[in-house]
Write a protein that binds this ligand. Structure first.
Ligand code: ATP
Length: 233
């Protein structure tokens, strides 16, 4: 579904992605784990089109995305739930969700919202409240739900567990797993390597702008190098 080949990206003169190769197959949950500053967010920004690519190719469902601007990528089926959530705090929960559906004006939008509420029942309870009043975990749920309102075939998730209490992290990861049943393919970027690998089919480990190890998630969890360096086990 998504193929990344030799991807390079830079901030000014400093290159931070040094030729990333990565593949996400339809129906998979794939995770990219790595320490702070490894380049995970930059990679997702390249995929969503908000960070320039200096070399390499991004192919999504058989089409090159390199020259497709960020605002057109959702129409291709690629949505991002960004790091730091970036919800509209002074709009209500429902208004945020409707904004996520900006490409669609049909009656399915209401059905999509009902489905989003089924995934995150707390959002239904709070639908008429300002999003700024939600807890951090609820805002994260809203960010994911809003991205889903765009009906993506592939969802890019940047650090959904960041800053959340363990119970909420478990809840968020459970929903990510549930997306599989809804035909949404997921590329998940996480510093919480253990949690992310446990729900993923395959994983990539990123270090200073390179992919250093990749493989089935279960194999990565069992790999002594990863257990020591990333899982603290
Ligand atoms: P984090 O988990 O902290 O978000 P990350 O793995 O997502 O880390 P990136 O945020 O992609 O890493 O950062 C990769 C490198 O690029 C780091 O060295 C970082 O300092 C640098 N960097 C990130 N954003 C910018 C920017 N806007 N300008 C200059 N350098 C940047």
């Amino acid at each position: 579904m998504l193929t990344v080949e030799g991807l390079r990206s830079r901030y000014g003169r400093i290159e931070v992605l040094h030729g990333i190769d990565l593949e996400v197959k339809s129906g998979e949950i794939v995770t990219v784990v790595g320490a702070n500053g490894a380049g995970k967010t930059t990679l997702l920004k390249c995929l969503s089109g908000t960070q320039p690519v200096s070399d390499g190719r991004i192919v999504f469902r058989g089409e090159s995305l390199n020259s497709v601007p960020a605002h057109r990528r959702l129409a291709h089926g690629l949505a991002q739930s960004p790091e730091g959530r970036q919800i509209f705090t002074n709009l209500t929960v429902e208004e945020n969700l409707r904004l996520g559906a900006y490409l669609h004006s049909d009656e399915r939008v209401d059905r999509d919202m009902t489905e989003a509420f089924a995934l995150f029942p707390i959002l239904r309870e709070k639908r008429n409240l300002a999003a700024g009043g939600l807890s951090g975990g609820q805002q994260q749920m809203l960010a994911i739900a809003r991205a889903l309102m765009g009906r993506p075939s592939c969802l890019l998730l940047d650090e959904p567990s960041m800053g959340l209490a363990p119970l909420l992290v478990a809840q968020i990861f459970e929903v990510v797993t549930e997306l599989k049943n809804r035909d949404v393919t997921v590329l998940l970027v996480e510093q919480n390597a253990y949690g992310a690998l446990r729900i993923a089919d395959r994983g990539y480990v990123m270090e200073t702008g390179h992919i250093i190890i990749s493989g089935p998630a279960a194999e990565l969890i069992a790999d002594p190098r990863i257990r020591e360096a990333y899982l603290g086990l």
